[in-house]
Design a binder for this molecule. Structure first.
Ligand code: SAH
Ligand code: SF4
Length: 372
């Protein structure tokens, strides 16, 4: 389904596209830089706040662009390590943006490392059997502006916590494209959004600190390998054989391992950097030592890092995480095979960290209220 807002969001414009539109309406192109300063450095909430622009220009901007494509609904906090922002879009759809704080020894909360996780679609079409985001299929793609604005919301949230002197800096360390949706299924919008976030006139956020996670859309992985933007790549593998992967990830029928693995190799060789293989551990589905051995061989061959993630239970789904001992045995097979592996102690389990769960709960609650 397509959603056409009355006005496009200004956060989807690049400096060039904005400059061109300004010029076409008789405004000097240098105004584009002033506008992006207000958007990305000062993070203003109203056109009126752009005080060095003429009244006529502000009126034109207001008539042409949407300034706030997402609306802040609520924050949910978990054990001081995760903040989830629930945001509402112009068509009342809900998305989530997550702030994960990794406390550093000896420093206060303000100096903890922060990773931001953004969404790229409302729902997801890929239908992975274990995932809350895909339960109701895909509702729609996010626009580039809606993707970028998630980071503006995060910056505002953090600006309120940090001293004013730091407010113009971006206050997070890593960005992961691992929220709701399959980013490579919304390729143009996500690339545009990340280009804007990376640009010096945008948030100026380094591409090497951005990791994009995909369920394995092979042609798009190859396309991404040729982009000028040097992103990091993570692959949701979750099965080390077609038989196991196919059971939980329908995308494997279209792009089986024999196609996916060479595409990962190509990406890694072209970019000269390590790819991460994500592997959720689900009891009795993919947690056997045989799977561990096969995963070790794949990772070894690809010189890839493996991130093991104990499954987060999703209401209404039958899957469970294996016991800690079983998780550790699985990790040992990789470690002893010389593979770089981390077993994630997941953050935010208590507040439904698995992608899409907070949104689903809020939607259910809304439906219940509407029905009353
Ligand atoms: N669509 C992309 C990115 C979003 S999902 C992808 O699939 O890679 C981000 C990660 O969360 C993926 O690795 C996904 O498999 C994982 N995930 C989904 N549901 C989960 C759950 N219930 N517990 C743990 N990880 C989950
Ligand atoms: Fe979509 Fe990723 Fe969830 Fe699969 S795991 S349904 S690709 S969001």
């Amino acid at each position: 389904m397509r959603y056409l807002p009355a006005k496009p969001s200004i956060y989807g414009e690049t400096l060039d596209s904005l400059g061109a539109q300004l010029a076409a309406h008789g405004h000097p192109a240098f105004r584009a830089r002033q506008i992006t300063e207000w958007l990305y450095k000062k993070r203003v909430r109203s056109w009126e706040d752009m005080t060095n622009l003429s009244r006529a220009l502000r009126a034109w901007l207001a008539a042409t662009f949407e300034l706030e494509p997402t609306k802040f609904v609520l924050t949910k906090q978990s054990e001081d390590v995760t903040d989830k922002l629930l945001l509402e879009l112009g068509d009342q759809s809900l998305i989530e943006t997550v702030i994960i704080r990794a406390p550093q020894l000896g420093v206060g909360q303000e100096n903890s490392r922060k990773t931001i996780c953004i969404s790229t679609q409302v729902g997801c079409a890929m239908g992975c059997k274990f995932c809350a985001s895909g339960l109701d299929g895909l509702k729609r793609n996010l626009s580039a502006g809606e993707i970028v604005h998630q980071l503006i919301q995060v910056c505002r949230q953090e600006d309120a916590r940090t001293p004013r002197a730091h407010a113009e800096l971006v206050s997070f360390d890593n960005l992961v494209v691992m929220g709701m949706g399959e980013p490579l299924h919304n390729y143009d919008a996500i690339l545009r959004a990340l280009t804007i976030l990376n640009a010096d006139w945008g948030l100026g956020f380094g591409a090497r600190r951005i990791t994009l996670s995909t369920s394995g859309l092979v042609p798009k992985i190859r396309q991404l390998a040729d982009e000028p933007l040097g992103l990091r790549l993570a692959i949701s593998l979750h099965g080390a054989t077609d038989e196991v992967r196919e059971q939980i990830m329908p995308v494997n029928k279209k792009y089986p391992l024999a196609e996916l693995i060479p595409a990962i190799r190509e990406f890694s060789e072209k970019r000269g950097r390590m790819v991460t293989l994500e592997f959720i551990l689900i009891e009795d589905i993919n947690d056997s030592l045989d799977q561990a051995g096969k995963l070790r061989d794949i990772a070894h061959d690809l010189h890839a890092h493996v991130n093991l993630i104990p499954y987060n239970t999703v209401e209404g789904l039958p899957w469970k995480r294996p016991s800690l001992t079983r998780q550790e045995k699985f990790a040992q097979v990789l470690d002893r095979g010389g593979v770089s592996v981390t077993l994630r102690r997941e953050k935010g389990h208590a507040i439904d960290a698995a992608c899409g769960q907070l949104r689903l709960k809020t939607e259910k609650a809304r439906a219940a209220t509407a029905a009353n």
